[in-house]
Design a binder for this molecule. Structure first.
Ligand code: NAD
Ligand code: MG
Length: 377
């Protein structure tokens, strides 16, 4: 079966990996829509490579320039993303925009009966309940792209959900796994961007250094798999080869292993339930030699406890955690905030933004804005 795919965030790290998958199986994947915000030159190259795809640029000026270069209409901005998400010819929409901009397009895709492949974990942290409830009402499915959730998705296949004891997310530990608290105060953006095992976009690389990435993923797992927060655990695994695990009532643990290449989970999300030969190199376990596991250092990285608190309380708290973190990462990357200031800002926003237990989408958006203001001020 051929899947007709829209990629929102095509010029980013996930978008480029998705393109590698699409190039490797042109008879199974057809790119029918592409969006990119900043890198207009790259969007132009992709548009030439996939001439049938509908395009969406970041703003009107970029859209006009692309339209002039290509001789065809180019969409732009939020309206353009919504149009792409509902393209009549599309079967599946991959949301790979960093942050929460992809939330409304994701909901719109589901409302138009598209399948959704979600890389943008921030949208599930902010509004996972709403995304999953929308999917349940419509015919589209939600396929996780995040490597941990894709691994769990694979381990759960064919299993009775009532036999699951807990989900175990693996975590590389980031570049400061062995640091002392005193070292963290002087961490620079350049040091924090150097991830030990994965090559990724800037925001998620900083999230991996603070462990907020794993915190966001705990909440993402809660919504994707309908699992209470207390049954979502984290274990540090520096090699990032075991992508995550599921423990069952009988004591069995199922794990999914693979090389550190996002092409593999992206491919499975795009071609599910089929397993096909793709661009991902096979894993050589003997070359690797050993796999290590250790407990996370909650004392050094408060992100996991903050995320557990937000995920347990629910309501607007995960949206506040996520938005405060996004704003704090921006401030850290522009050297306006020290590294520990990221979790300090998130904790402050979680204490200060008024809590709503059963928020509407508008209340989630308001909580998100309030959190950003607190961090920015
Ligand atoms: P990236 O920064 O490399 O790319 C982001 C993409 O989104 C680009 O195409 C950019 O043009 C577009 N974009 C950014 N802001 C936008 C906006 N406001 N409006 C429209 N488009 C916008 O990011 P990435 O590393 O590819 O990550 C994308 C998402 O996938 C993130 O949510 C991240 O947490 C998640 N994710 C990434 C990886 C990875 O390996 N990179 C792994 C797991 C999950
Ligand atoms: Mg991940």
């Amino acid at each position: 079966m051929k899947r007709r795919v829209v990629i929102l965030g095509a010029t980013g790290s996930i978008g480029e990996s998705a393109m590698r998958v699409a190039r490797a199986m042109p008879d199974r994947i057809e790119i029918v829509g592409l969006s990119g915000r900043n890198n207009t030159g790259r969007l132009l190259e992709l548009a030439r490579e996939f001439p049938e795809a509908t395009l969406c640029a970041g703003d009107e000026a970029a859209a006009k320039q692309l339209s002039h270069d290509l001789g065809r209409t180019v969409l732009h901005g939020e309206e353009g993303l919504l149009t792409l998400a509902a393209l009549p010819e599309a079967d599946l929409v991959l949301v790979a925009i960093v942050g929460t901009t992809g939330l409304k397009p994701a909901l719109h895709a589901l409302e138009n009966d598209k399948d959704l492949a979600v890389a943008s974990k921030e949208i599930l942290v902010m509004a996972g309940e709403l995304v999953m409830a929308t999917a349940a009402k419509m015919s589209g499915r939600v396929h996780p792209v995040d490597s941990e959730h894709n691994a769990i998705f694979q381990c759960l296949e064919g299993q009775d959900p009532s036999t699951v004891k807990r989900l175990i997310l693996t975590c590389s530990g980031g570049p400061f796994r062995k640091a002392d608290a005193a070292d963290l105060a002087s961490v620079t953006p350049e040091q924090a961007l150097r991830h030990p095992t994965w090559s990724m976009g800037r925001k998620i690389s900083i999230d991996s250094a603070t462990l907020f990435n794993k915190g966001l993923e705990m909440i993402e797992a809660k919504w994707l798999f309908g699992m209470p927060m207390e049954r979502v655990d984290v274990i540090v695994h520096p090699q990032s080869i075991v992508h995550s695990m599921v423990e069952f009532l009988d004591g069995s643990i199922l794990a999914q292993l693979g090389s550190t290449d996002m092409a593999l989970p992206i491919q499975y999300a795009l071609t599910y339930p089929e397993r096909l030969t793709g661009p991902c190199a096979p894993l050589d376990l003997t070359a690797l030699g050993k796999l290590e596991f250790e407990a996370p250092r909650n004392d050094l990285f408060p992100a996991l406890d903050l995320a557990r608190r937000a995920g347990t309380a629910g309501g607007t708290l995960p949206a506040v955690l996520n938005a405060a973190n996004e704003a704090a990462v921006d401030a850290f990357l522009s050297s306006k905030l020290p590294f520990p200031g990221i979790w300090e800002s998130v904790a402050r926003a979680m204490d200060e933004v008024p809590f709503v237990e059963h928020p509407t989408l508008d209340q989630l958006i308001a909580a998100d804005h309030a959190a950003r203001l607190i961090v920015g001020s």
